[in-house]
Design a protein around this ligand. Sequence first.
Ligand SMILES: [Zn+2]
Length: 470
Amino acid sequence: MFEGPVQDLIDELGRLPGVGPKSAQRIAFHLLAADPVDVTRLQEVLQKVKDGVRFCEVCGNVSERERCRYCADPRRDPTIVCVVEEPKDVLAVERTREFKGRYHVLGGALDPLAGVGPDALRIRELLARLGGTGPASDETEIAIGIQRALRGRAITACFLEGHGELPMDNFEYHTHLESGAGHSHDDASSQVVEMPGHGAGRLRRALEAQGYEARKLVLATEGDVPTGCTLLVAANPRTTFLPAESAALRAYLRRGGSALLLLDLGFVLEPGLARLVAELGVRPEQEVVVDPLSHYSTNPEIVAVTGYDPHPITRSVSLTFYPGIRPLTMLPPAGDLRVTPLLLSSRDSYTRPVKPVGSHAVEPDPEGGKDAAAPPVPGPRVLGVAVEGRLDGDAQPMRAVVVGDSDFASNSFFPYMANSDLLLSAARWLAREERTTAVAGRVPVAPLIALTGRQSNAGCRTSGRSCCAA
Ligand SMILES: [Zn+2]
């Protein structure tokens, strides 16, 4: 204990957030030794802050005037309101440079144990404000803001482009899948061949509805995966990577990155990329899985998955389906990586070879082909894995999800059954926030396929509109 004013100063400083007793003492003695002019300036600034700074009358942000700069800026969209906890969260969102709407600062988070109920926060003001701004601000936008505010960090999904990937700006889709039902003259494989995936716009919008940012990443020009990429999405690369791109991807994972690798039929892995994927514990085969037991409609090459091994990604996911999927052969992974098979085909499934080409073409087996001597052996095939751990001793812990299909993530198939659940769950796990709850991405969709009874029982729970015709 020091005498009088010195101890008072230490006590006051010690009440500031993040200042412990030792720091308080150090600051106090620094001020005692400081030039009186400096101390006076500090004194004036403190006084000004209390006299001159107030809270914005609209949004509750700190402000020098009645309205803060965001509420006063006519270029900012008043129909989108981002709800945040504290003024510092406004700065965090502003740093992303992506949000062009307005804010609402609650002044804290609900904490029933600490007695912080809705009345203690600026929720009444929020409701009044929304009532006054007309129908344009909808609940989805508010939910996004709340997700961001609760998260306290920006999450950016970087969509890899430059190899013919599904573009994140493309929102086209097929409304109707020509299933085998009533089209028995169709070549079974042609259904898969003729389903170009279009874009990944719906996946992107669903991620944005979780409050994620989405941006394009062209590795060939950027050289490196930016540190701001929380997760990297490679959705259906068709043309081969440059060795430097594969190296950049590996460096990103070594730094503790997260990657969703959707490597569809026919895609040829550049040797460096093949080595990296082998380090992740799998080898995508140049084959397509045929599942006579568990498939969509009448097409055994649209594999349906109804049950999953326990993993945070698949915990609450029901039926998912994959139009044309390649099997993954499990290999011993590198470092201390743990590889969990997420998706398996049924015990009756088998594979047939496909041409390794830059197109989606599935080659019908020409009368048994040259592999006729080795008939396909039925058995469950691994279709997708989750990988977690370090690539080597010096690396940071990384995460990856590898799936031998991308169509299920494309605009045409994303909204159906539990495909979107699986993808959003994978994205949350990759972003290391599997414990948070999701905002349902609402994509209005038309009926897709008539299912057999067994399959519709498994799937109707989540997507009743699309499957109850059988
Ligand atoms: Zn304001």
